[in-house]
Design a protein around this ligand. Structure first.
Ligand code: PLP
Length: 405
């Protein structure tokens, strides 16, 4: 047989968060090194466990969850999701508007595939959660990045968003709260997105998976709440606030006038049926998660573990000369800036690889999030206080040597 080739469809698809640097870290671990991992938004390795009541509930349902489910998801889960949104003012979301998937990740691909033609453009924030960029590329579309403004709380630069709209633009991705910046968007920003969608006939993809993880008093506003006349896809799931990313449970709710969305809904139903259904045991956790005590609140309020880790990481990182950082208003990350005058970095990928090799600590380079310049990195705030202290100590040592080169 001839050697097999890469599919040409994968040519520009990148997902560096699980790429060569992670492989290098694994190889070092295999050699016996202990690596401090501040790179992945996975709660489980850091003792941030799923609520016990939810795990017990899933075990209880396990025997009865052996068969396939409806492709859109089990009825009780979809009812719980629609009721959740209704109690938050999104009165039009009914059971039929909800699709349950194997995490938000699967639904990102599915919702893009359902309407993209080759060469269509989707606007995506820079920096972004890079799965969005990869998924658009995989459908044959062109990801076009709009800038978020570090000087303005990392909110989207709305003039830049509008300037990038062309006749080929089909939709806009909004990640709120944002990974990697932690930004939480105010109403006026979301209203401007809605106005652009109305004016240019665009779909809004609103990734709200961190909606319950906020450290500021500002409320989380659903994009769909300010854009009832627009097709909005609202994504969320159990991976973050309920700390069960491995169980793979997420959902998308479709809103907007039925006259506009009818064909799109049919395409989504077809694609959902092609993969038969989402993981059924995890679907049984959805109702329990949404209906019960929201244990995430104890972690994010003042004195809560995540809040303390976020505060400490920000304080220690910004004490390093030439490092600045917008405090995260939400989510589980900081996205610090390295002053290019002090740290003239040509390749931030090499920069974090060298940090890994010299200091045995893993962070993610900013350009992996489609940030255009090599002057940021993402620091995950999930590890415990001692690990955050040790991690920042090692980053500080590495940066001091870098300054003195
Ligand atoms: N959206 C954002 C913004 C994320 O940060 C992540 C995971 O880190 C996902 C979606 C994927 O979530 P899921 O585990 O539901 O696939």
């Amino acid at each position: 047989m001839r050697p097999m080739q890469h599919s040409s469809k994968l040519q520009n698809v990148r997902y560096e968060l699980r790429g060569p640097i992670l492989q290098a870290a694994k190889a070092m671990e295999a050699e016996g090194h202990r690596i401090l991992k501040m790179n992945l938004g996975d709660t489980a390795p850091f003792g941030l466990e799923a609520p016990e009541s939810v795990v017990v509930d899933m075990i209880h349902h396990l025997r009865g969850a052996q068969g396939y489910s409806d492709s859109k998801g089990i009825f009780s889960a979809r009812t719980a999701i629609s009721q959740y949104y209704q109690t938050r003012g999104l009165m039009t979301i009914g059971v039929e508007d909800v699709f349950v998937g194997n995490g938000v990740s699967e639904l990102i691909s599915m919702t893009l595939q359902a309407f993209m033609e080759n060469g269509d453009e989707i606007l995506i924030p820079a920096p972004d959660y890079p799965l969005w960029t990869a998924a658009v590329t995989l459908t044959g579309g062109n990801p076009v990045h709009y800038l978020c403004d570090e000087e303005e709380n990392w909110w989207p630069d709305m003039a830049d968003v509008e300037a990038r709209i062309t006749p080929r633009t089909k939709g806009i991705v909004i990640i709120n709260p944002n990974n990697p910046t932690g930004a939480v968007y105010p109403r006026h920003i979301l209203e401007q997105f809605a106005a652009l969608a109305r004016k240019h006939d665009l779909v809004l993809f609103s990734d709200e998976i961190y909606e319950k993880i906020r450290y500021v008093d500002a409320p989380h506003i659903h994009t769909a709440a300010v854009a009832e006349d627009v097709c909005v896809l609202t994504f969320s799931g159990l991976s973050k606030a309920y700390r069960m990313p491995g169980y793979r449970a997420g959902w998308v709710a479709v809103t907007g006038p039925r006259t506009v969305t009818a064909a799109y809904r049919e395409s989504l139903e077809l694609l959902a049926s092609l993969r038969l259904c989402a993981n059924v045991p995890a679907q049984h956790a959805i109702q329990t998660c949404l209906g019960g005590y929201q244990s995430i609140e104890a972690l994010i309020r003042p004195g809560g573990r995540l809040r303390e880790q976020r505060d400490l990481a920000w304080k220690l990182l910004t004490a390093i000369p030439g490092v600045s950082c917008v405090p995260a208003a939400g989510a589980m990350y900081l996205f610090p800036k390295l002053d290019p005058e002090i740290y003239p970095i040509a390749s931030d990928e090499k920069f974090v690889l060298q940090l890994l090799q010299e200091q045995k600590i893993l962070v993610s380079h900013g350009t992996a999030f489609n940030w255009p310049t090599p002057d940021h990195f993402r620091f995950v705030i999930l590890p415990a206080v001692e690990d955050i202290e040790e991690a920042v100590r090692r980053i500080s040592t590495y940066l001091a040597a870098y300054r003195n080169r």
